[in-house]
Design a protein around this ligand. Sequence first.
Ligand code: ADP
Ligand code: MG
Length: 385
Amino acid sequence: MTGTTVGILGGGQLGLMLEEALSKLHAQVLVLEPDPQAPAAVRVKSVLAAPFEHASAIAELFRRCDVVTYDSENIPVGPLLPHAPKLVPSLRVLETSQDRMREKSFLNQHGFRTVHWQPVPEGADLPTAVKTFGVPCIVKSARFGYDGKGQYFLRSEEEAAPLPLAQPGGWVLEEPLALRAELSCIVARDGKGGTFAFPVFENLHADHVLDITLVPARLEAKWQDEALTTAKAIAEKLDVVGLLTVEFFVGTGRDGQERLFVNELAPRTHNSGHVTRQACAFSQFDALARILTQTPLHAPTLHGGAWAMGNLLGEVWLAQGLAGGALDLSAWRDFPDVVDVFLYGKHEARPKRKMGHFVVQGEQASAVLERAKAFRAALSRSKAT
Ligand code: ADP
Ligand code: MG
């Protein structure tokens, strides 16, 4: 519907790209974001500068908007409670996906396979829990984790001792898998029973942060089919209206069998889905914009060839001797197959901080992967003048 006013809780790069998609549909957008230098706070016209805990600012956002979504699941639920009917995806979906204990319990209750795990509720003794669970294990904060933050790989029980006991929301312990691949699948549901999925992406991580996404994924069809079916089934079980991204592992656990495991859920657009901006007939942002404005949705098809999305992290800016902002893109002239570069305009470059991304088009997955790596290496060698 044109004329819809959409609120976005969070003004990061996901909020910014969603605003772009909403503007094409002539929707009005209002962003609530505490950081005045955040990508959407800088580039979007209407912004409420307030923290997510600020009940009266939240009330104003909902009053001025027909529908409100969020660009991160790491937002407090309390102030949203009185406004739940306008929230998309729903409060239940948000609550389930922002807490690893709830998320994994939900998945297991409905028969979806996760890695072997154990909850450690807030205040429980972490070293004792690690002893019972066994090492090696991964300790993850149950709440507010992203890009590997709040995660610790323990090789021995003693390594649990220095970790904070008073972790708000507690911890989960996970069995480390021998990973062969990581996949993600974005499902879009329109509230009228239509469930559509983007093609399965293959995700390569470096140091727990997404590095490169490839589509089509290189993995055998049986794993991709299972991921697609599972992602749709989870979105249906959760009764999601909006987007649900499901992250998967293909790996081997303690039983020695290679399997598909659900890693985690994100009820929103996802970093891996940036590739859809060029590789698909319409992007993940377009899909969400259409759902929020009740514009009809149909299945997102993939263009031919092979596509890679590469993240540009703070390290590239630091390598160029820059503190943030624009990047020297002169190396791009040798990479005509890089069909898009998107810089988020973040002022401060920090290691591992997502500052931009690019997309490469080609014929073969292995070739676009190499080109993506070469492009980023060339950018990192450029010295800003
Ligand atoms: P985040 O919320 O930070 O994305 P994830 O649980 O997705 O947290 O973990 C980030 C990355 O760490 C994963 O994409 C994967 O590369 C690695 N990882 C996390 N859990 C496991 C595990 N149980 N076994 C092997 N690798 C893991
Ligand atoms: Mg993850």
